[in-house]
Design a protein around this ligand. Structure first.
Ligand code: NAG
Ligand code: NAG
Ligand code: NAG
Ligand code: NAG
Ligand code: NAG
Ligand code: NAG
Ligand code: NAG
Length: 479
C-alpha cells in the first residue's frame, strides 16, 4: 500500500515538476556506485566509439583510484570525481594539457568537464583558493550550482564547489568528503549539504570500495548496506584534531596493532604498532612509519624502497593465502596479500609492489587497506564504524539519529581468507580446497626480486604512469 502510494507520488511529482524535490524522497539515503579506474565498461561510456582511447590507459591504472559520478548544473553535465575521505572540498576540471603521459591526458579527458557558462543555474561567487594535496594541487574559482547524484533522484541545490583554473598533477576532480563547515572550511561542503537539504538524516556515509576483482564498490550517503560486511560494526571514536598527529580534523582512529599471518598461519605481530592513523580513500597506498614499513617489506622479501619510493615484491605473493592484519579496539581487518600487492604491466613484464610505503609524516590507511574494510564515516557521532568487508548481496538501510551502529550486524558469513586468494576476496563462498600449501620462501627464491636497474629503467620509461601512482599516494589536503 505504502509502496504504491510512493510510486504514485513519484509519478505526480515527476510529471508536474522539473526536479524531484528532495523532501519527497521516501528514503533518506542515496547510493552511488564507486567506480574503479580499471573499469573499462564504465569509463568507455564517455568515449562512445573511441574505444582505442580507453582501453590502454585505463587498463594500466590498476586499482589506483575510486570515482563517483556527479551531474552538475542545468542541464546536467556529468563528471567523474575521485572520492576522497582525506580532503574537504569538491572541485572539477583538471587541466589535462600539462600532464606528461598521453595515457594520463586521455584518462583526464575521459572523466568529463563542467562548463559553468552552459548551466543556467551556475553562479560564480567571489573567492579563489589553492588546494594542495600530497602531490599535486588545484587552484580553483568558487561556483555555486545544483548538483545531482548521477542516476539517482537526489538533487542538491546551490552547492558551492571549485572549478579549477589551474592544476598540477591532477587527473580528475576530487570530491572531498571529510569534515566541512566550521570544522575545516567556512561553507557547507557536499556532505553538509546532503544532510542540510534532507537527502540524508545524518552526516554519515558508508564506503565499500570493493575488491580488486569486483571493480565496483558502493558509497551510501545516509545509509549502509549490511550485505557488504561480516560481523557486527565496531564503533571507534574519531580522535579529535587537537590530539591527532597533524592537528587537522581527519578520520583519525587508534590502531592497536599490526601483524602478519603468513600462509603457515604463524602470526607475527610487529613492534610499536599502536598508533593513530587516518582513513584516506584518496590515497592509493597505505603509509606507515619507515621502521614499520621496512619490517613488513622485509617479510615480503624487499630490502629497500626503489627510486620511486615503492617496495618491489615478488608477484607470487598474489597467489599466497596470507593476510596483513590491522587491529583496532574490538575489530581486526584482515587484508589478503592479493589486495595489498599492486601489480603493474610494463614492457619488462608484470612487476609487483607492496601497497605500503614508508612515511614518517603521515600514518594513513589508503585503498590497499580500505578495500578489505567496510567503514561508516559518521560525523554526527564523531565515530568510524568498522567491519571486515565481504560482498554477499545487497540490503540497504537508512541511518537515522536512532540507529545504534554498534548493534548493526552484517549479513555475510566470515570469509575464508586462508583459501585461494582470488576467491576469498571476491565473494562470500570461497572454495575451501585452496592452494594453501604454497611456500613464500621458495617462491621468492625461485624467481628472484625484480632486477633493480631494469626496474628503474621501466619506471623512467613509463613516467606518466608512475606520476599517477605518485600523485595519488596522498589524497589529503593539508590545511
Ligand atoms: C557554523 O557556524 C555558523 C555561525 O556560527 C552557524 O550559523 C552554522 O549553523 C554553523 N554550521 C554548522 C554546520 O555547524
Ligand atoms: C588513542 O591513543 C592515545 C595514545 O595511546 C590515547 O591517549 C587515547 O586515549 C586513545 N584514544 C581513544 C579514543 O582510544
Ligand atoms: C615468508 O615465510 C617466512 C618464513 O617461513 C616468514 O618469516 C615470512 O613472514 C613469510 N612472509 C610472508 C609475507 O608471508
Ligand atoms: C619501539 O619504540 C621504542 C620507543 O620509541 C623504541 O625504544 C624501540 O626501539 C622501538 N622498537 C622497535 C622494534 O622499533
Ligand atoms: C548499542 O548496541 C550495543 C551493542 O548491542 C549496546 O552495548 C549499547 O548499549 C547500545 N547503545 C544504545 C545507546 O542503545
Ligand atoms: C640487471 O640489469 C643489469 C642492467 O640491465 C644487468 O647488467 C644485470 O646483469 C641484471 N642482473 C640480473 C641478475 O639480471
Ligand atoms: C604503457 C603501458 O604500460 N602499456 C601497457 C598497459 O597494459 C597492457 C596490458 O594490460 C600492456 O600490454 C601495455 O603494454
Amino acid at each position: 500500500m505504502a509502496a504504491w502510494f510512493y510510486v504514485l507520488l513519484h509519478f505526480i511529482v515527476a510529471a508536474c515538476c522539473d526536479r524531484v524535490s528532495v523532501e519527497r524522497r521516501d528514503a533518506h539515503f542515496v547510493k552511488l556506485p564507486v567506480v574503479h579506474s580499471t573499469n573499462r565498461n564504465v569509463f568507455s561510456d564517455i568515449w562512445d566509439n573511441k574505444r582505442a582511447i580507453t582501453t590502454v590507459p585505463l587498463a594500466n591504472r590498476s586499482d589506483v583510484a575510486y570515482y563517483a559520478k556527479l551531474a552538475i548544473g542545468t542541464p546536467a553535465q556529468e563528471v567523474y570525481v575521485q572520492l576522497d575521505t582525506g580532503s574537504f572540498e569538491l572541485w572539477v576540471n583538471p587541466d589535462c594539457s600539462n600532464l606528461q603521459g598521453s595515457a594520463d591526458v586521455r584518462f583526464c579527458q575521459a572523466v568529463g568537464h563542467y562548463n559553468p557558462s552552459s548551466s543556467s543555474t551556475a553562479v560564480k561567487v567571489a573567492g579563489t583558493k589553492t588546494l594542495r594535496y600530497g602531490i599535486g594541487s588545484a587552484s580553483i574559482q568558487y561556483v555555486v550550482d545544483n548538483i545531482g547524484l548521477a542516476d539517482t533522484d537526489a538533487q542538491l541545490e546551490g552547492v558551492q564547489f571549485g572549478v579549477a583554473i589551474d592544476t598540477v598533477d591532477e587527473f580528475s576532480g576530487i570530491l572531498g568528503i571529510g569534515h566541512g563547515e566550521n570544522v575545516t572550511i567556512r561553507y557547507k561542503n557536499f556532505v553538509d549539504q546532503l544532510a542540510d537539504q534532507g537527502v540524508t538524516d545524518t552526516k554519515a556515509f558508508s564506503l565499500a570500495l570493493g575488491s580488486k576483482n569486483e571493480e565496483e564498490g558502493v558509497i551510501i550517503f545516509g545509509g549502509m548496506d549490511t550485505g557488504k560486511f561480516t560481523g557486527t560494526l565496531k564503533t571507534l571514536p574519531i580522535i579529535p584534531a587537537e590530539q591527532s598527529p597533524d592537528k587537522v580534523p581527519r578520520y583519525w582512529v587508534n590502531m592497536t596493532s599490526l601483524s602478519l599471518t603468513p600462509p603457515s598461519g604463524q602470526r607475527k605481530q610487529y613492534a610499536n604498532t599502536s598508533m593513530t592513523v587516518f582513513l584516506d580513500s584518496g590515497a592509493t597506498l597505505t603509509l606507515l612509519p619507515t621502521t614499520l614499513a621496512n619490517s613488513i617489506a622485509a617479510d615480503f622479501g624487499a630490502t629497500a624502497i626503489d627510486a620511486n619510493g615503492f617496495y618491489s615484491v615478488d608477484c607470487s605473493f598474489n597467489d599466497l593465502p596470507g593476510t596483513v592484519d590491522f587491529a583496532f579496539d574490538g575489530v581486526t581487518i584482515q587484508v589478503p596479500y592479493n589486495e595489498l600487492v599492486r601489480e603493474l604491466q610494463t614492457s619488462f613484464g608484470t612487476q609487483c609492489f607492496l601497497g605500503i610505503s614508508p612515511s614518517d609524516e603521515f600514518a594513513l590507511l589508503g585503498d590497499t587497506m580500505l578495500r578489505s574494510a567496510y567503514a561508516v564515516f559518521d560525523q554526527t557521532n564523531n565515530a568510524i564504524h568498522l567491519a571486515q568487508y565481504v560482498n554477499c548481496g545487497t540490503n540497504e538501510i537508512e541511518i537515522t539519529a536512532q540507529t545504534n551502529m554498534s548493534a548493526t550486524a552484517g549479513d555475510c558469513a566470515a570469509p575464508d581468507l586462508r583459501a585461494t586468494s582470488t576467491t576469498a576476496t571476491s565473494g562470500s563462498q570461497p572454495t575451501g580446497t585452496g592452494t594453501a600449501t604454497a611456500d613464500n620462501d621458495s617462491g621468492a627464491a625461485d624467481t628472484g626480486l625484480p632486477n633493480t636497474s631494469t626496474n628503474l629503467a621501466g619506471s623512467l620509461r613509463y613516467s606518466g604512469i608512475w606520476a599517477v601512482l605518485l600523485s595519488l599516494v596522498i589524497g589529503s589536503v593539508v590545511v
